[in-house]
Design a protein around this ligand. Structure first.
Ligand SMILES: Cc1cc2nc3c(=O)[nH]c(=O)nc-3n(C[C@H](O)[C@H](O)[C@H](O)COP(=O)(O)O)c2cc1C
Length: 139
């Protein structure tokens, strides 16, 4: 069974909760899953995993978190084409535009995004189930 990296940034815990749910879904589907903060991950670790879920909330103005997450993403993005990749994250007051922009950016870099999940604030109900399903889909 595959080994999945769930790599995230979270300021107030909502995206972190999503990361744990993604990992739970992957493990329930029989995979090994590691939850890793973005500061502990870089392109040199990519070959250790079979699939990846990257999580970042909407920050700035519909942007990725710029101090820690985006530098990590800039480093892995050129190495992700041909790998299995899904994206997730939490937002609050807008409509999820940051995720559309992130997906467009990734696809323009040649990455196939298998799935995206967004949760308004803390992941509950359908959003929590969607996080688990995303994890299972990577397993
Ligand atoms: C500095 C800052 C910028 C934010 N920008 C956006 C935004 O552009 N759009 C949006 O919908 N929510 C925005 N939010 C709300 C967060 O995305 C939301 O609170 C999210 O649940 C935080 O996830 P976290 O708990 O994983 O940090 C922003 C929050 C902060 C603190």
């Amino acid at each position: 069974m595959g080994k999945i990296a769930v790599v995230y940034w979270s300021g107030t815990g909502n995206t972190e909760a999503m990361a744990e749910l993604v990992a739970e879904g992957a493990r329930d589907a029989g995979a090994e899953a590691e939850v890793i903060t973005c500061t502990e991950f870089s392109a040199s670790a990519l070959d250790d995993y079979d699939a990846f879920a990257f999580g970042c909330p909407a920050m700035g103005s519909e942007e990725l978190e710029s101090d820690e997450f985006e530098p990590m993403w800039d480093g892995v993005e050129p190495e992700l084409p041909g790998r299995k990749v899904a994206l997730f994250g939490s937002y609050d007051w807008a409509d999820g535009e940051w995720m559309d922009l992130w997906r467009e950016r990734a696809e323009a870099a040649g990455i196939t995004i298998s799935d995206t999940v967004i949760a308004k604030d803390y992941p509950e109900g359908e959003a929590a189930e969607a996080c688990k399903a995303l994890g299972a889909s990577l397993a």
